[in-house]
Design a protein around this ligand. Structure first.
Ligand SMILES: NC(=O)c1ccc[n+]([C@@H]2O[C@H](COP(=O)([O-])OP(=O)(O)OC[C@H]3O[C@@H](n4cnc5c(N)ncnc54)[C@H](OP(=O)(O)O)[C@@H]3O)[C@@H](O)[C@H]2O)c1
Length: 360
């Protein structure tokens, strides 16, 4: 197959506003290096990490909610998830679904033609369990907001599914993050899990994956999204930020809070945990600065876990669940690649349930 020398891509030129996302029609197509595959991108999902990295929200200098800007005051040395500078220009986009069209040295040529989705955690092949030696697809290397992308062959996971590319591009980041949280909190059928932000990418995945484990799920979401969240399988759907959370729980005994929201609601989330309860966190979209009464933590025997770099077996498990039909995509909208700015504007507005993708 003859491949073009150039491709269409949306390139992030630096930290800043949406104008940093620049659409090109003649960006150099990458070549797969040793151990890599070249994928023709069928669809690529949007995530907050695209927004957070562009705005520099991860910087310790920024203390407000996600999407609240911040690039005017970020520290230059810590604006990425891993606390290191990002090299620009950068093609963002982590949740790739596509077809392998070429392989680099050392990769089985029989993989050409395989339909794949991305395992976004780039690991040191010689030290794969070392979480300090990791990068994220679309952050520390170029990602999927383009016609073609390269990634290590072991990060391109074959998937056999009747779902569309757009649907398959909703899984990688959100569902692996959610499964990582549930694993870290050791969620079982004995638990009742409270999920704030249940209408979001990770939140919706938490609902489905906690139910998959047999747990009972209580979801928090904006009223307009309650029917969608109920369809994901939540046993009970409550308002997004109840003033008296204990009262609306009406006796539900919450053993696990799986949180990506944080912000002003946070003390109430901790307050309602049962004795011995577990709080697990992968995000803070409503704000990272929260107030903890340490007496609640120790007098109630609580356990807190953070979760970002997931274990290597998590994403292959997600592929198995997709293939078995145990989890479903929540595709809210598809945009053309060249309309990434409009797609990200909708993503930030949060009127949707689930995930948004772009199609090159
Ligand atoms: N650590 C990791 O590896 C990792 C991976 C993925 C995501 N994350 C982080 O997790 C967070 C959520 O990600 P996501 O992909 O699930 O996000 P999302 O799809 O944007 O959904 C977030 C949900 O949070 C709810 N929400 C409540 N308060 C909010 C507020 N003040 N601002 C915006 N939304 C609010 C919204 O639902 P309602 O309108 O229904 O309230 C929204 O649907 C982000 O901070 C993201 O960076 C971390």
């Amino acid at each position: 197959m003859t491949l073009p020398e150039t491709m269409r891509a949306v390139v992030t030129m630096g930290h800043g506003d949406m104008d940093q996302l620049v659409y090109h029609t003649d960006w150099p197509r990458p070549d797969p290096g040793p151990g890599e595959v070249l994928v023709r991108v069928g669809a690529c999902g949007l995530n907050n990490t695209d927004v957070n990295t562009r705005t520099g929200w991860y910087s310790k200098a920024v203390t407000g909610a996600t999407s609240g800007g911040g690039h005017d005051r970020l520290n230059e040395d810590d604006p990425s998830w891993g606390g290191a500078p990002i090299r620009f220009p950068r093609i963002q986009g982590a949740d790739l679904c596509g077809t392998i069209v070429a392989v680099g040295a050392g990769v089985d040529p029989g993989r050409v033609g395989e339909r794949v989705i991305s395992d976004n955690w780039l690991r040191d092949p010689l030290d794969p369990l070392n979480k300090d030696k990791t990068g994220y697809f679309g952050s520390e290397c170029d990602g999927g907001f383009a016609e073609y992308a390269t990634l290590p062959a072991r990060n391109a996971l074959a998937v056999n599914s009747p779902l569309s590319d757009a649907e398959l591009a909703t899984f990688s980041c959100s569902y692996s993050t959610a499964e990582g949280m549930l694993t870290r909190a050791a969620v079982t059928a004995a638990d009742t899990v409270l999920v704030p932000g249940a209408s979001g990418g990770v939140g919706g995945a938490l609902v489905q994956l906690a139910r998959r484990r047999g747990a009972r799920v209580v979801a928090l979401a904006s009223e307009a999204k309650h029917a969608d969240v109920a369809r994901l399988g939540a046993d009970l759907v409550l308002p997004r930020a109840p003033a008296d959370l204990r009262a609306v729980l009406a006796g539900e005994r919450i053993t696990v809070v799986a949180d990506v929201v944080g912000g002003p609601l946070w003390p109430r989330l901790i307050d309602i945990l049962e004795r011995g309860g577990r709080y697990t966190c992968s995000g803070a979209i409503a704000g990272p600065m929260v107030e903890l009464d340490l007496r609640t933590l120790y007098l109630r025997d609580l356990t807190f876990t953070g979760s970002t770099v997931i274990d290597p077996e998590v994403m292959p498990s997600i592929v198995r669940y997709i293939e078995a039909g145990e989890i479903r995509p929540a595709l809210a909208a598809s945009y053309r690649l060249e309309d990434l700015r409009a797609a990200q504007t909708a993503f930030i507005a949060k009127a949707h349930t689930g995930n948004i993708v772009v199609l090159p």
